[in-house]
Design a protein. Structure first.
Length: 599
C-alpha cells in the first residue's frame, strides 16, 4: 500500500454472463487514472465450472498489456510495491443469470411497488410481483412461485401498527408454495420480511421452518415515507451468502476480494447515485444489452432503476419489434425498404446474436431498433419512478385496494443535467455522432442537457469501488469512463416547419461569431470540443421554453464534447412526418447535420 498507507494500485473485475472484464487503476501524479483493461470469456458454465478461471485470464491480460505484475501463480500480490502487487481487489457479477427475485406486497400500487423498487435498486431482475389485489387466486399465486423458482423473495405489506391480516395471508401463500431455490438444493430459499412490525411473530411462525427468513425494517413504516435502504442491504448480503455461494468458484473468489461482491446492476446504480450526490445534479443512465435494457435515474435525490427484461439488441430483438410494432421501427429507417426485409434482418440477429452489421443499411436498421428499445424502456422507467401513493389524502383500506395507478413521475426532462448511455449499440457505435442521435431520438431531452457515453463499460467496477474508495471511483469516472458528446439545446414547444424557434448568440473558441435564428424543424451542430465551453445567450421564440418560461431568454455556459454543441428545434412533443418521402428526406438531413454517416 506504500507511503502513508495510501491506496496506489486497484484491480476490479466484472464477471458478466459471457465476458469477464478487468481494469487496472493507478494513482498517477496525485489522481486516480485507468491504466488498462483486459477481458476473457466467463467460466461459470461447463467445462470449467469455476468463475475464477475467467477472472485470472482477464487479470493476466491486464498484466501483459500493462507490464505490472499482479499475480503470483493464482494469488493476488498484496500490497503493491513499484510495478508489483495491488492494494485493493474488488469484483461485481451478473454471471449465472444475475439475481432473480419475486416480490410480494399487500396493495399492488403501494407496498408491492415499494418492494419492487427496493429489489430493482439492489440489482435484481424482478420475475413477478404478487399482491393481495393482483386478481389471482391463492392457488394460482402458489403455482407461480413454484414454477418460477426465484433466488429470493421479498415480502412486504402494511404500515407499522396497521392491520396484519393481509400480509399474513401473503405469508401463508409463500409457506404453502414451499419454494425451492433455483441454484443448489441443499439450503432453504432466502425470504426477507420488510412489512408491518406487528405481523413479525405470525410471519415467523409461518416461514421460519420452510425458508431462510430474515427480518428488516418496514419498507413503508407510514404511508408518507419509503424506507428502502435496509431491504436493499439485506438483499446484497443474502445474494452473496446464498445465491453467489452456490455458483461454481464463487467461494474462492469471495476469499480474494477486499470487499463483498456486488450484483453488476446494483454497482452501476451505485456509481450513478454517487456522481449525482457529489455533483448535485439530476442524472439518467441507460445500459442497453443483448437481452435487457436497464435504466437508472436520480431525480430529487431519489434513485430509481428499472429492468426491461425483454428489450435488448440480440436475444430479445424480436421482442422489441413485437412491443414497438413494425411501423415504429420502420419510421427511423432513412430509406425505402419492404417490411418483410426488415423483419428478416431482425430475425437473423436473434438467431445469430453475436453478429455485427455487415453493411451501412444493416447498421441503420439496427440503430432504428435501438431507438425503439430505448424509447420503450424509458416509458416503463418513467411510469415506475414516481412519487408515493396514498400520501395526500386519508384512505380507507378498500379505497387503497381499488387504487390502480401511481403518483406523478419524478422524471422531469427539463431538470435533467446529464444523460449517460452505455451498452454495445451506444458505446461501440462506429461514430459517436450516431450514439448522440440515437439518445436524442429515444429520450427526447428538453432544455439544456449534457450527453455522454461510457467508453468501455466500466461502470460496474467503478460502482463497487465507490462503496470503498469514492475519490478513486469518481476521478476515473470523470476522466476515463465518460466520453462527453457535448451539450444539447432543445426548446419545448411546437410550431410549423420554417417558423421562428430559437435565436442563439455566442462566440466559438475558434473566433467565429454565431448570431443565428434557427427555424422550427432543424438540427444544427456547432464545433465545440472536449474541455471547451462558451457563454451563450439563447432566446426561444414565443411559445417555446428552455426552462425559464415561454419566450424567456436564457444566458448560460455550454460545454462541448466529441460531437459538439447540438441544437434540436424539432419540438417537444416530437413528431416525425407521416409522408414517407418527406420522412426519409428529414432523417437524411438530420443525420447529415450531425455528420453521422459520412460518404
Amino acid at each position: 500500500m506504500s507511503e502513508n498507507g495510501k491506496i496506489r494500485t486497484i484491480v476490479a473485475t466484472d464477471c458478466g454472463s459471457t465476458t469477464t472484464k478487468a481494469i487496472l487503476i493507478k494513482l498517477i501524479d496525485g489522481e486516480y487514472r485507468l491504466v488498462v483493461r483486459g477481458e476473457a470469456p466467463t467460466t461459470v458454465e461447463a467445462p470449467f465450472e469455476d468463475v475464477t478461471r475467467g477472472v485470472l485470464n482477464a487479470v493476466r491480460e491486464v498484466e501483459e498489456l500493462s507490464g505490472h505484475t499482479i499475480l503470483d501463480g493464482e494469488t493476488f500480490i498484496h500490497p503493491s510495491e513499484g510495478d508489483r502487487g495491488v492494494d485493493l481487489y474488488l469484483s461485481t457479477s451478473s454471471a449465472g443469470g444475475g439475481l432473480q427475485m419475486m416480490v410480494a406486497g399487500v396493495v399492488k400500487s403501494m407496498t408491492a411497488e415499494s418492494a419492487e423498487r427496493a429489489a430493482l435498486g439492489a440489482g435484481a431482475i424482478v420475475m413477478d410481483v404478487l399482491a393481495s389485489n393482483d386478481g389471482r387466486l391463492p392457488h394460482e399465486q402458489i403455482e407461480r412461485i413454484r414454477h418460477l423458482r426465484p433466488d429470493m423473495i421479498l415480502l412486504s405489506g402494511g404500515i407499522d401498527g396497521g392491520t396484519v391480516t393481509h400480509v399474513v395471508e401473503l405469508g401463508q401463500v409463500v409457506a404453502a408454495a414451499d419454494p425451492k431455490p433455483r441454484l443448489g438444493m441443499g439450503y432453504n430459499l432466502p425470504v426477507i420480511y420488510a412489512g408491518n412490525v406487528n405481523a413479525r411473530g405470525e410471519v415467523d411462525d409461518l416461514l421460519k421452518e420452510k425458508t431462510a427468513l430474515s427480518m428488516v425494517d418496514n419498507l413503508r413504516p407510514v404511508l408518507e415515507r419509503e424506507n428502502l435502504g435496509p431491504a436493499r442491504e439485506e438483499i446484497h448480503e443474502l445474494f452473496m451468502e446464498h445465491v453467489m455461494a452456490q455458483a461454481p468458484g464463487y467461494n474462492k473468489l469471495m476469499g480474494w476480494t477486499d470487499s463483498p461482491i456486488m450484483p453488476t446492476p446494483g454497482a452501476v446504480g451505485s456509481i450513478m447515485e454517487t456522481i449525482a450526490e457529489r455533483r448535485g445534479i439530476e442524472v439518467v443512465g441507460v445500459d442497453i444489452g443483448g437481452a435487457t435494457t436497464d435504466i437508472f435515474s436520480v431525480f430529487q435525490h431519489t434513485f430509481n432503476r428499472t429492468v426491461s427484461a425483454n428489450l435488448g439488441m440480440s436475444y430479445s430483438v424480436s421482442n422489441v419489434l413485437a412491443e414497438a410494432g413494425i411501423e415504429n421501427v420502420m419510421r427511423w429507417v432513412p430509406f425505402k425498404l419492404p417490411e418483410l426485409a426488415v423483419r428478416n434482418r431482425i430475425k437473423n440477429k436473434m438467431i445469430r446474436p453475436t453478429t455485427v452489421p455487415q453493411s451501412l443499411e444493416d447498421l441503420k436498421i439496427e440503430q432504428a431498433i435501438a431507438r425503439e428499445a430505448l424509447r420503450l424502456a424509458f416509458i416503463q422507467h418513467k411510469s415506475f419512478a414516481v412519487g408515493l401513493k396514498g400520501v395526500q389524502q386519508e384512505r380507507t383500506i378498500s379505497e387503497a385496494f381499488s387504487q390502480s395507478s401511481s403518483g406523478e413521475t419524478l422524471v422531469n426532462m427539463m431538470d435533467l443535467d446529464i444523460l449517460v448511455g452505455s451498452g454495445g449499440v451506444l458505446s461501440h457505435a462506429p461514430r459517436r455522432q450516431q450514439a448522440a442521435l440515437m439518445m436524442i431520438d429515444a429520450f427526447l431531452p428538453e432544455g439544456i442537457t449534457q450527453l455522454a457515453v461510457d467508453s468501455i463499460f466500466m461502470m460496474p467496477q467503478l460502482g463497487v469501488l465507490a462503496a470503498v474508495h469514492e475519490k478513486a471511483a469518481t476521478e476515473v469516472f470523470e476522466k476515463d469512463c465518460l466520453i462527453y458528446l457535448g451539450t444539447l439545446v432543445a426548446p419545448v414547444g411546437t410550431s410549423q416547419e420554417g417558423k421562428p424557434c430559437l435565436k442563439i448568440e455566442t462566440t466559438l473558441p475558434n473566433g467565429t461569431v454565431v448570431n443565428d435564428d434557427i427555424p422550427f424543424g432543424e438540427m444544427v451542430v456547432y464545433p465545440l470540443g472536449v474541455d471547451e465551453s462558451v457563454k451563450a445567450k439563447l432566446t426561444p421564440a414565443k411559445g417555446f421554453n428552455l426552462g425559464e418560461g415561454a419566450g424567456k431568454p436564457l444566458e448560460c455556459t455550454l460545454t462541448g464534447g466529441v460531437v459538439g454543441l447540438m441544437v434540436d428545434t424539432r419540438g417537444r412533443p416530437f413528431e416525425l412526418p407521416t409522408d414517407e418521402h418527406k420522412r426519409v428526406e428529414k432523417l437524411e438531413k438530420w443525420a447529415k447535420a450531425f455528420d453521422a454517416y459520412p460518404a
